[in-house]
Each structure stands twice: as structure tokens, then as C-alpha cells.
Design a protein around this ligand. Structure first.
Ligand code: CAO
Length: 531
């Protein structure tokens, strides 16, 4: 006897309104009990919802991007046997992102390094727990130290440490698995290979174990993929460590594994020399980098790039390659603004705050972003297409030149701060940057960036967009220039050169030109900030 069943999202702890990021089945598919149906991803965890029993998919009322909670129907199903569907098993969670006190379904959870800003390959300097320890959400688990910051990674949820995946000295980045926690009911149970398999946690196997298929278990464990994708990779003998994910943040999707198992070249680029390697967004096949013995031509000295330079180099390279940049130049008449700035500096002399042009530009940028919201946005790739995320906050980053390289501290809520407040905070952040003491969170969350070379010189340049932002404003040194509005009379005006780089996937040239004109008008008459 067959019957129709609504398959619902099971108890997924405290998670609510979680987006569906992948749908593994199609209408008409026959599935077995335990086959994954959909994958959900909150900012805390990735969860696959398995079929509670075998049957045929009759309808799928959700699509990728839809938000679901416990009880939401995800699949209409024609099952075999009894009329009532058995309660589905809890979804399986892979903890993948920022720490916060959360509860999770019973099971094993891989604890990953959360978003730590631009830091990569940061050494673990201390591990605060050992296997068997009980931890509460927010307890510190490990400490990381780059040459710029020390960060503790707290437990994202409570549980018992089942396995450590790192040792002191190991280098980690966002997404690296650091340990396995047993959560909920399973935290009391002893670890068994069966339990580990049930939760698809290959990380629970001894590191570096090589499976029969030649799979590098350590790389497999570190790969960013959900349980169903891991299971599929196992079934097809695909080494996840070598698969390039096409999902958000490089997440490996089912389609990536399928492509590799079909022998597709698109998902697994062959290893290439560093200088010609693909950037993770579609291979770029170039001539090999010229190999020259420079010493043949004269004395040379070799100097390794510092950590910050390496991090910013990797980010700038990716951004430059991935984003179709266009730069629009313009200029602003800042004659009156400069007089006002000098006057305000006299008035503020005793306060210790000194105003350069930059804090005024921040206010002008906020006013302009309010009129051109698509410049205060990010492009988000979802399974069903690209979405523009328009931000209702104005966190303005500014490029700071430091002895170690370029850093971009962020002034949060610049719209709610006065020019002197911004100037003061900017001075403090720039000092922290130069002293190598900026915390990751002081560089995160920016929605637009200004890069000012005004204190140094130059006329125009082509700044590289600070992804995932979609535009950056470069400014150079203001200079006196003769202007004429009618071709007959002229006057000398203090002129600020502007260079706005924008992402042509999101913004078009007319909007960029209007943005610059608006920004210049605001600088020319700051009263326009009020409009
Ligand atoms: N035109 C003319 N003079 C300017 C100016 C401009 N656009 N901008 C700043 N100045 C002046 C300032 O008024 C100050 O003059 P005084 O010494 O007479 O007071 C002087 O130049 C130095 O300013 P500053 O650089 O200390 O201050 P700032 O607020 O303009 O900038 C900061 C702060 C942190 C952004 C800056 O020091 C810096 O690091 N800039 C480099 C950014 C960078 O590297 N960008 C490139 C990124 S792409 O590789």
C-alpha cells in the first residue's frame, strides 16, 4: 500500500529560518531511507535533512534560497508501507562558522575556525582542551596567533571533545576543522566508528590515513562540504581535498563531486605552478611565469614578503581577477571645504582632534551611498542565481599604509558619527594598524572603502575593490587648478582628484559617473549631507 507523506524539517535545535542551500532530489526520484533530501545552512551550521524512509518524490515545495524551520514541509513523498511517517531522524550538523552559543542536534560536530578576517595560515599557539573534556558554548578551545593579533576560538556549542584535529604549531585558516565535539545525547556515548560514519565525520579517522582509493584523509576531512556531499564523495571514491567547491565561500556542492566523478575537468584543476594557478573561480590558463636567473645580470637580494603583504596580495589578486573593474575619474572642488576644515581645526585645537579631508569624505560618501544604494552592497552567489545584498548600514573602510603592508580598518556606523568622532576613531585605528594591533573585527563588516593617497601625492589611480564590496573610492592630493565655467572668466580652485572603481556586474557607467558627481557636489557644499 502506498501513501502520501509530507517530509518536514526535523528538530534542528535553535535554528530558525535557515536557508535551503542545496536540493539533492528531483520530482520522480526514488529515494531510500537516509538518502539526503536537502541541505540547510545557517551561519552556524550545515545540515542535511535525510529521507525518513524509502519512497518516490512527488513534489518539492521549496527551492534553493527558501528559508525553513522545524516543521516546514520540504518534500511530498509517496512512501511504501504504513500510513504514518515515522519521525525523521535529527538533521546532521557540521558546525562551520562563527562561534555563538547555540544548541545543536545530538550528534558529532566538527568545530571549524570561524571567520577571522583576512588572516590565513595562522599558527595554533595553545590548545585549552583535551579529548574527553566537557566544554560549554563560548569556552575557549584554542588560541591562534598571527604576527598581528592573538585570537581565541570559543566553542560554538556545548559538548564533549571527541577528537582533536590540530596540534600546537599547526597552521589554520577560516574553515579549518580543529576538533570534533559530541553534542546532545551522543556526548555521553563512547565514540565508535559506526557513530562517526553515521555523522559522516571522516575527520574522526586518524589523520593522514590513506584509503584504498588513494584518498588523502586529512585533506578530505578539511574539505568544506556537508555530510551528504561527503557521503557521495565516499561512494564515488572522490578525494574531496582535491575538489574545488563552486558554492559560497568555496563550499563543495554535490554537483562538484558529480562532475569530478564523471571525469569533468571543470571542478578539479590540475595542480599548476603557483604563478599560473587558477584562482578558485574558473581556471585561467596562462603562459608559465618567466623563470629568470637575475643574478646573471647583477647582484640581487631575496626578501620574503611579510605575512600581511602575503594576505593582502592573495586578496588583491583574487579581487582583481574576479571582479570586472572599471574606474571612473572625476574631480571635486574643495576650496570652501578646505577653508572650513582649517577653521574647524583652529576651533578644535584644544580637543586634540585633527581633521584631515578624509573624515569629511567619509560623511560625503555616506550621503552619496544613501542616494546610490547599489554601491553599498555585495553580490551573493546563491544556487538559483546572483543576488544583490543591499546594506542598511554604513561601515566605511579606509586603506591604511603600515610598515607591514596595506590594511583596511573599518569605521562602523559612519552615518551616526560626527566628523570629529570619525577623525578621532580613524586616528586610533590607523595607529593600531601601524602598530600591528588591529583586531580582526576592526577590519570586518565594511560596506564601502575609501583609499586616500592625499597625504602623499599622485593625481589618479585605479584602486582595487575590497571584495565582497562592489566599489572603492580612491582620492589623491588636492591641487590648485584654474577653472572656467563659461570659457571667458576663470578662477583658481582647490581640486580633489577622485577615482571610483566599481564592479561592472553590479554597477553601470552612468551610475558611477552620477555617483562621482553627487559625491563631488556634497564635498563642494557639505550642507548637501543633510539631503
Ligand atoms: N589633499 C591634500 N592634502 C591632503 C589630502 C588631500 N586629499 N589628504 C590628506 N592631506 C594632508 C593632510 O591634511 C595632512 O596634512 P598636514 O600634515 O599638513 O596636517 C597630510 O596630508 C597627511 O595626512 P594623513 O595621511 O596623515 O591623514 P589622512 O587622514 O589623509 O589619511 C590614512 C590617513 C591612514 C588613510 C593615511 O595615513 C594612509 O595610510 N594613506 C595611505 C592609504 C593607501 O596606502 N592607499 C593605497 C591603497 S592601494 O594600494
Amino acid at each position: 500500500m502506498s501513501n502520501l507523506i509530507d517530509i518536514k524539517v526535523p528538530d534542528i535545535g535553535d535554528f530558525k529560518d535557515v536557508p535551503v542551500i542545496e536540493i539533492f532530489v528531483n520530482v520522480g526520484d526514488t529515494v531510500k531511507a537516509e538518502d539526503p533530501l536537502v541541505s540547510l545552512e545557517s551561519d552556524k551550521a550545515t545540515m542535511d535533512v535525510p529521507a525518513p524512509r524509502g519512497g518516490i518524490v512527488k513534489a518539492i515545495p521549496v527551492k534553493v534560497g527558501d528559508k525553513v524551520s522545524e516543521g516546514s514541509v520540504i518534500v511530498h513523498f509517496e512512501g511504501e508501507g504504513a500510513a504514518a511517517a515515522p519521525a525523521p531522524e535529527p538533521a546532521k550538523a557540521v558546525v562551520s562558522a562563527p562561534p555563538a552559543p547555540v544548541s545543536a542536534p545530538a550528534g558529532l560536530a566538527e568545530v571549524r575556525i570561524p571567520d577571522i578576517g583576512d588572516f590565513r595560515d595562522v599558527p595554533v599557539i595553545e590548545i585549552f582542551v583535551k579529548v574527553g573534556d566537557s566544554v560549554q558554548a563560548e569556552d575557549p578551545l584554542v588560541s591562534l596567533e598571527s604576527d598581528k593579533a592573538t585570537m581565541d576560538v570559543p566553542a560554538p556549542l556545548s559538548g564533549v571533545v571527541r577528537a582533536l584535529r590540530v596540534q600546537v604549531g599547526d597552521k589554520v585558516s577560516e574553515g579549518s576543522i580543529i576538533m570534533v565535539l559530541a553534542t546532545g545525547a551522543s556526548s555521553a556515548a563512547p565514540v565508535s566508528p559506526a557513530a562517526a560514519t553515521a555523522a559522516s565525520l571522516v575527520a574522526a579517522r586518524p589523520a593522514a590515513e590513506k584509503a584504498a582509493g588513494g584518498i588523502d584523509e586529512e585533506a578530505f576531512a578539511l574539505a568544506y562540504a556537508g555530510p551528504a556531499v561527503r557521503k557521495l564523495a565516499r561512494e564515488r571514491g572522490v578525494d574531496l581535498g582535491k575538489v574545488q567547491g563552486s558554492g559560497d565561500h568555496g563550499r563543495i556542492l554535490r554537483a562538484d563531486v558529480e562532475s569530478v566523478s564523471r571525469g569533468g575537468a571543470d571542478a578539479v584543476p590540475a595542480p599548476k605552478p603557483a604563478a599560473t594557478a587558477a584562482t578558485g573561480v574558473g581556471g585561467i590558463d596562462l603562459l608559465p611565469w618567466p623563470k629568470v636567473d637575475f643574478a646573471k645580470f647583477g647582484p640581487v637580494e631575496r626578501k620574503e614578503l611579510g605575512r600581511i603583504k602575503k594576505i593582502s596580495a592573495a586578496n588583491l589578486h583574487r579581487n582583481w581577477v574576479v571582479i570586472p573593474h572599471v574606474t571612473t575619474h572625476d574631480e571635486a572642488d574643495v576650496t570652501e571645504l578646505e577653508q572650513f576644515r582649517v577653521q574647524m581645526n583652529k576651533e578644535l585645537e584644544k580637543s586634540g582632534v585633527k581633521l584631515s579631508m578624509l573624515p569629511f569624505m567619509m560623511k560625503a560618501a555616506v550621503a552619496t551611498l544613501k542616494s546610490f544604494p547599489e554601491f553599498n552592497a555585495s553580490l551573493e552567489s546563491t544556487g538559483s542565481g546572483d543576488t544583490l545584498v543591499l546594506k542598511r548600514y554604513y561601515h566605511i573602510g579606509f586603506a591604511a599604509d603600515t610598515p607591514n603592508g596595506l590594511m583596511v580598518p573599518v569605521i562602523r556606523d559612519a552615518d551616526q558619527k560626527s566628523v570629529p568622532e570619525i577623525a578621532k576613531e580613524m586616528g586610533e585605528l590607523a595607529k593600531l594598524a601601524r602598530d600591528g594591533k588591529l583586531k580582526p573585527e576592526q577590519m570586518q563588516g565594511g560596506s564601502f572603502t575609501i583609499s586616500s593617497l592625499g597625504g602623499i601625492g599622485g593625481i589618479y589611480f585605479t584602486p582595487i575593490i575590497n571584495a565582497p564590496e562592489v566599489a572603492i573610492l580612491g582620492v589623491c592630493k588636492s591641487y590648485w587648478k584654474q577653472h572656467s565655467s563659461d570659457g571667458k572668466t576663470s578662477s583658481w580652485r582647490l581640486t580633489l582628484p577622485l577615482s571610483l572603481s566599481w564592479d561592472h556586474r553590479v554597477i553601470d557607467g552612468a551610475a558611477a559617473a552620477r555617483f562621482n558627481v553627487h559625491f563631488a557636489n556634497v564635498l563642494a557644499d557639505l550642507r548637501r549631507v543633510l539631503f
